[in-house]
Design a binder for this molecule. Structure first.
Ligand SMILES: NC(=O)c1ccc[n+]([C@@H]2O[C@H](COP(=O)([O-])OP(=O)(O)OC[C@H]3O[C@@H](n4cnc5c(N)ncnc54)[C@H](O)[C@@H]3O)[C@@H](O)[C@H]2O)c1
Length: 320
């Protein structure tokens, strides 16, 4: 049994990760400021003797005796990370320094959940880890993209200078139950719109592609990376099967049997046209690749949102 700190543990990916780590027999300390996460995501874990929640902001130092740190804390959807861009940068830079400082002091291994956004609007396709990216340093998304790039730099510098045991995972679009209802991410947006009978908003002409990885595949990849020996990354974790945004909208309409229409809106600035991981390294070094088919993942996610929407009608408001 390891003592594991999960920052951002009450968010979408973090809550599934906490669950998976407890399932594997570990003792989990979940740290979160509840900015984009929710108590609802971890409510079922609160009575578990191997789970503890601490409300804390990672821009402030934190001390705990732990063996491993999974450092996820950072809002991931554009609506959340652009709400207060300076805070987003601080979270990425100061939060990562604080967690690396802790890892150094207690000699813990630390994994950073970086992002495919470090590739920006990529000039090569699919993206492999050796590609340095094409990122706008002064755009609206820079607080997140450049924030994560600095976080990766910090990880490497603490590793080279202080011998900290690091892992860098570059995560591509992930979806599944516990995505926030109003976070503006494409899958949650479309599902909620379809279930409410509202028009599905496609930005641009819908030919831009994304590749979507189901949450259970992602948590499996993250844990494999954290437990890998002799491999610090970076490693791409994502689903290499590409779909156009329009195809996704159509699949969701078909599974929900919704009568909603598809409408088109202008593309936001810096929105990448294509995004798809090359996962050769993850296959070779971690023996990992996604297993869950899009239709299966979408059906599970739709079932989650149906239940969530029904409950929010009954209860009247969402818990923070
Ligand atoms: N979901 C994706 O598709 C995706 C893709 C690439 C990378 N990632 C990365 O994975 C991680 C988790 O993403 P997610 O989708 O679960 O997002 P999320 O917003 O659901 O979770 C992030 C969590 O971090 C917490 N948090 C934010 N700022 C904090 C701070 N200053 N102090 C403490 N807690 C803070 C939030 O409250 C939230 O619970 C993030 O680091 C994100 O950059 C996610």
């Amino acid at each position: 049994m390891a003592r594991i700190l999960v920052t951002g543990g009450s968010g979408f990916i973090g809550s599934h990760l906490c669950e998976e780590l407890i399932r594997r027999g570990h003792d989990v300390l979940c740290l979160d400021n509840l900015f984009s996460g929710s108590r609802d995501n971890i409510r079922h874990l609160l009575g578990n003797p191997y789970f503890e929640f601490v409300r804390h902001d990672v821009i402030h130092p934190f001390f705990a005796e732990v063996d491993h740190i999974y450092h996820l804390a950072c809002p991931a959807s554009p609506i959340h990370y652009q709400y207060n861009p300076i805070k987003t940068i601080k979270t990425n830079v100061m939060g990562t320094i604080n967690m690396l400082g802790l890892a150094k002091r207690v000699k813990a291994r630390i994994l950073l959940t970086s992002t495919s956004e470090v590739y920006g609007n990529p000039n090569i396709h699919p993206q492999e880890e050796a590609y340095w990216g094409n990122v706008n340093p002064i755009g609206l998304r820079s607080c997140y993209d450049e924030g994560k790039r600095v976080a990766e730099t910090l990880m490497m510098d603490y590793h080279r200078q202080n011998g900290v045991d690091i892992r860098i995972a570059r995560i591509f679009n992930t979806y599944g139950p516990r995505m926030a209802i109003n976070d503006g991410r494409v899958i949650s947006n479309f599902i909620v719109q379809a279930l409410r009978g509202e028009d599905l908003t496609v930005y641009g002409d819908g030919t831009q592609t994304r590749s979507f990885c189901y949450i259970s595949d992602m948590t499996d990849g993250i844990v494999r990376m954290a437990e890998a020996e002799g491999f610090i990354g970076p490693v791409n974790l994502g689903n290499p099967i590409e779909s156009t945004i329009l195809e996704i909208a159509e699949r969701i309409l078909s599974i929900t049997r919704s009568r909603s229409r598809i409408v088109f809106s202008p593309l936001p600035s810096d929105d990448p046209e294509r995004r798809c991981p090359n996962i050769t390294r993850a296959k070779e070094r971690l023996g990992w690749q996604p297993k869950i088919a899009l239709d299966v993942g979408l059906s599970n996610t739709i079932a989650y949102f149906k239940d969530k929407l029904n409950r929010s009608v009954t209860v009247g408001r969402e818990a923070p």
